[in-house]
Design a protein around this ligand. Structure first.
Ligand code: UD1
Length: 438
C-alpha cells in the first residue's frame, strides 16, 4: 500500500509554481446542491498527530488541497509513509521518525506546519523547526506554542530563524494561554498526551477543530477531558495506537458557499454540514434577510436582493469566525446602507479591501474596522488574491460583478478549497481556470 513515494506536490510542483488565474463572468443565480468536504483546519493537526504513533492511522474525508499535500509531504520527509484511497481516505504510518528537523522549504510554505513541533518533540525528545510561513495576515507569532512546550519541560532556543526544543522527558503542567490560540492549544495537546502526569490547559481554544483533534487523539488511546471548553485536562499515557477517524465537515467552506448563494440571490442546498458550527454565519445572514432553512441532511440558503446592513465583529469561537470575514465583506459591498466589519483576531486582515475597491466597492478602513457603504453593483476587473480567504472573497464578488473578473495568484485559494471552481461551476457559475502567460 505504501510503496509509492511520489506525492502530488512532487508531481505537480510546489504551491505557486504553476501560474494560473480564474476568469469569472457575471453568473446569475447559483442553484443546486453542493457537498461540503472535510475540514482543512481539522485535518492538518490530525495528520500532524499521526506522528505520535508508529501504528497506522486512517483519516476519512480528507480534502486533497495544497495545504494538506504540504503536510503529507512533511510527514514523508520525516520518515512517514502515506497513501490515498480513491474515496478520499489518507492512510499514514510513521514507524520511525528518521529526522527531527522539519523541512525548511515545507515549513515556510504553511503556518500549520508548526503543528508537527509538539508531536515530534513528544515522540523523539527534540525538534528543530523553522519559524512558520503561510497567509500574510499579520505577524502571527508562535510564542504561546513555545510557552506551552516550555511549561511541559522543553528547553527552547532560537537561532537563525529556527526554533530548537529539547526534553528528555515531558512532564504535565498547568498552562494558561494569554489568548485562546487554536494552534497553540493543538500543539500543547499533542505534546501533553505523551507527557508524564496531568496537563491542564486554561483559556484553551474551543473551536470545533480542537474537539475533532481531541476525538482523534482519544481514539488513539489518549486521555483528554474538557475539549470544547476553555479548560482541557490531559493525563499522559506511555503509548498511542493506530486509529480510523472521520474528519468533521469544513465550516468555512460551508460558510463560503452560503455567501455564494446569498451574493447571487441564488438557492443552494448544502450537504454534509454541522449546523451548530455555522451558527454565527447563519445568524448574520438571517439578520440581513437571507432565508435559511435547516433540514436533517443540510441547509438551504435562499438569497434575495432586499438585504439589510449589518455589523460584524470577529472573535474566537463561538464568536463570528475571522476566516469568514472577507467573504461576508464581499456580500456587504452590495448590501444597501452602512455596514461595519471589525477584525479583532488578526491585525492585518483587510487585504481584500483594496481589490474590492478596484471592483467598485465603497469601503473605508478605520483602524481595525472596515466601513462599507453598499453600492448597487460591482464591476469585473483584474484583481489579486493576497491570501486564502481574501481570494475566496474575490471569487464571490466576481460571481455578482458585471462583466469579467480575472483573479490572479489563485494558488492561495487552492491552499484551502478543494475543487472550489468545479463545485461553483456545478451550481451554474461561469468560471474558467486558465494558465497565465506572462
Ligand atoms: C487557526 C486557523 C486559521 C484561523 C485561526 C483563528 C488552522 C490551520 N488555522 O490559525 O484558519 O484564522 O485559527 O481562528 O487551524 N497568536 C499569538 N501567539 C501565538 C499564537 C497565536 O499571539 O503563539 C495570535 C495570532 O497572531 C493571532 C491570534 O493569536 O492574532 C489567533 O491565532 P491562532 O488562534 O493561533 O490561529 P492559528 O492557529 O494560526
Amino acid at each position: 500500500m505504501f510503496d509509492h513515494t511520489i506525492t502530488d506536490i512532487e508531481k505537480n510542483g510546489f504551491v505557486g509554481d504553476v501560474m494560473e488565474k480564474f476568469v469569472i463572468e457575471h453568473s446569475g443565480r447559483l442553484m443546486g446542491r453542493v457537498r461540503i468536504g472535510g475540514s482543512k483546519n481539522s485535518v492538518l493537526p490530525i495528520i500532524a498527530a499521526t506522528l505520535l504513533t508508529d501504528k497506522e492511522c486512517v483519516i476519512q474525508d480528507v480534502p486533497k488541497l495544497t495545504d494538506v499535500l504540504i503536510m503529507q509531504n512533511l510527514i514523508e520527509d520525516l520518515g512517514g509513509k502515506t497513501a490515498w484511497t480513491e474515496d478520499e481516505k489518507l492512510i499514514v504510518r510513521t514507524e520511525d521518525i528518521v529526522k527531527t528537523q522539519a523541512s525548511y522549504e515545507l515549513c515556510t510554505k504553511m503556518r500549520a506546519s508548526f503543528l508537527v513541533a509538539g508531536p515530534i518533540l513528544a515522540r523523539c525528545g527534540e525538534v528543530k523547526i523553522s519559524m512558520p510561513g503561510g497567509c500574510a495576515i499579520g505577524s502571527r507569532p508562535v510564542d504561546l506554542h513555545l510557552k506551552g512546550l516550555a511549561a511541559l519541560g522543553a528547553e527552547i532556543s532560537q537561532e537563525h530563524g529556527y526554533i530548537y526544543a529539547k526534553a528528555d522527558k515531558l512532564v504535565g503542567a498547568n498552562i494558561y494561554l494569554d489568548f485562546p490560540s487554536v494552534g497553540a492549544t493543538e500543539n500543547i495537546m499533542m505534546a501533553a498526551v505523551l507527557a508524564e502526569g496531568q496537563t491542564i490547559i486554561q483559556n484553551a481554544a474551543v473551536e470545533p477543530e480542537i474537539v475533532d483533534l481531541s476525538n482523534f487523539l482519544t481514539s488513539m488511546g489518549a486521555q483528554i477531558r474538557g475539549s470544547g471548553t476553555d479548560t482541557i485536562k490531559i493525563t499522559g499515557v506511555d503509548k498511542l495506537h493506530g486509529t480510523n477517524h472521520q474528519v468533521i465537515p469544513d465550516r468555512i467552506e460551508a460558510g463560503t458557499f452560503m455567501i455564494a448563494a446569498a451574493i447571487t440571490d441564488g438557492d443552494v442546498f448544502l450537504e454534509n454540514i454541522v449546523i451548530d458550527h455555522l451558527k454565527p454565519a447563519i445568524a448574520k445572514l438571517r439578520e440581513m434577510g437571507v432565508e435559511i432553512d435547516e433540514a436533517e441532511d443540510g441547509i438551504r440558503v435562499k438569497g434575495s436582493p432586499d438585504r439589510k446592513p449589518i455589523d460584524i465583529k470577529t472573535l474566537p469561537y463561538p464568536g463570528f469566525p475571522t476566516d469568514m470575514q472577507a467573504q461576508f465583506l464581499s456580500l456587504l459591498t452590495i448590501t444597501p446602507g452602512t455596514n461595519i466589519v471589525t477584525e479583532t483576531v488578526f491585525e492585518n486582515r483587510f487585504m481584500h479591501v483594496p481589490e474590492l475597491i478596484r471592483m467598485g466597492a465603497d469601503i473605508k478602513i478605520d483602524s481595525r474596522s472596515a466601513i462599507i457603504e453598499g453600492v448597487q453593483k460591482l464591476t469585473g476587473t483584474q484583481v489579486r488574491a493576497s491570501d486564502l480567504r481574501a481570494g475566496a472573497a474575490l471569487m464571490l464578488a466576481a460571481l455578482a460583478a458585471t462583466g469579467t473578473t480575472e483573479i490572479h495568484d489563485i494558488y492561495h485559494i487552492d491552499r484551502g478549497y478543494y475543487n472550489f471552481d468545479t463545485k461553483l461551476r456545478e451550481l451554474g457559475a461561469k468560471i474558467r481556470r486558465e494558465e497565465k502567460t506572462c
